[in-house]
Design a protein. Structure first.
Length: 330
């Protein structure tokens, strides 16, 4: 089987302590026909000099100031050209066979456009972080199997709604087809849910994701951006991604579920108002209200969903944690 060229993109911001284990794991991969691009999002630590000194094989895209993960990834996508793009968080450690199995699945199953890894917690390697992502009609995304013990219950090769971008492979031709104003990821989302936004757009246009259970990555969950930062952007972006992407018929059918979920977040945050994360989520929800006009304009600029009656139509799968499917055909 002929291997296709691969670009691995790793965004980082002040991630000096995280990068070495991530890059060392890539050096140990059984498949080595790839190029690593680290995009530095305006770090103020010693990241750039460390990379030049210890990892000379790594291509570096250095942004002059911190602009957020979506902007960083878009910059790296413009600086690379391989037909397969792999996004990888800097707070991960890939199993030696990870890349071979992840990209090998896309080669073996050409009907699929994205490939999702099996993400396990870095410090609790018997616990699941994600075996593919899904999306609810109330605007709340989630990861399949999250926090469960890994007993092999997700060890089947299967179709899922979309991949978690902490460790995922994409056909560049599909990413290019999904670009809006030249950007793959929506830079107004800054960070968190930018992959959810991409997954919804992909589903609505008939593109499909294959979960590859033996492509294993260990993830230090939210080591780069967690706590109040995650709470703020999740509070903000859950609402904005729903508003921007949900088809009109689904907006009408699920607005009450959406409003109930948002109200539930408000009540929970008020109940825990002394906690910084709760206050950050509330600030995020208020920020979403201010951003509604801008994201409504974005919605109007999106290309219409591709008309299809196939089982890949996203409207059939909002409520499903995964897309039930027969084993993929080669």
């Amino acid at each position: 089987m002929n291997r296709v060229p691969i670009d691995i993109i790793i965004p980082t911001y002040n991630g000096l302590a995280l990068l070495a284990p991530c890059l060392d794991a890539l050096r140990a991969q059984t498949h080595q026909d790839f190029r690593v691009t680290v995009v530095d999002d305006g770090s103020t630590d010693d990241t750039l000099s460390m990379l030049a000194r210890c990892y000379p094989e790594v291509n570096i895209v250095a942004l002059p100031q911190n602009r957020g993960l979506a902007t960083a990834v878009n910059a790296a996508l413009r600086a690379t050209a391989a037909p397969i793009v792999v996004l990888l968080n800097n707070d991960t450690e890939a199993h030696p066979h990870w890349l071979e199995r992840l990209v090998g699945a896309l080669e073996r199953y050409p009907a699929y456009d994205f490939a999702a890894s099996k993400l396990l917690l870095y410090d609790r390697r018997d616990r699941i972080h994600s075996t593919g992502d899904y999306y609810r009609p109330n605007g709340v995304p989630d990861s399949r199997g999250v926090w469960q013990y890994d007993h092999g219950q997700y060890d089947a090769l299967s179709e899922v709604f979309g991949p978690c971008a902490a460790a995922a492979a994409y056909r560049r031709s599909v990413l290019d087809a999904l670009a809006v104003d030249g950007n793959i990821l929506d830079e107004d989302l800054v960070m968190y849910c930018e992959d959810v936004d991409l997954n919804i757009r992909a589903r609505l246009h008939g593109y499909r994701t294959l979960y590859v259970p033996d492509a294993i990555v260990y993830h230090r969950l939210s080591a780069t951006g967690g706590g109040t930062l995650a709470s703020y952007y999740c509070g903000r972006n859950f609402a904005l991604v729903w508003l921007k992407n949900m088809p009109r018929a689904d907006l009408r059918q699920s607005w009450l579920q959406f409003a109930t979920a948002q109200l539930g977040f408000v009540v929970h945050s008020l109940w825990h108002i002394r906690e910084p994360a709760a206050r950050a989520r509330l600030r995020g929800q208020f920020a979403a209200l201010r951003a509604v006009p801008r994201f409504w304009r974005k919605r109007r600029q999106l290309p219409p969903p591709r008309a299809t009656a196939s089982p890949t139509d996203a409207r059939q799968h909002w409520l499903k944690r995964w897309v039930p499917a027969a084993p993929p055909k080669e």
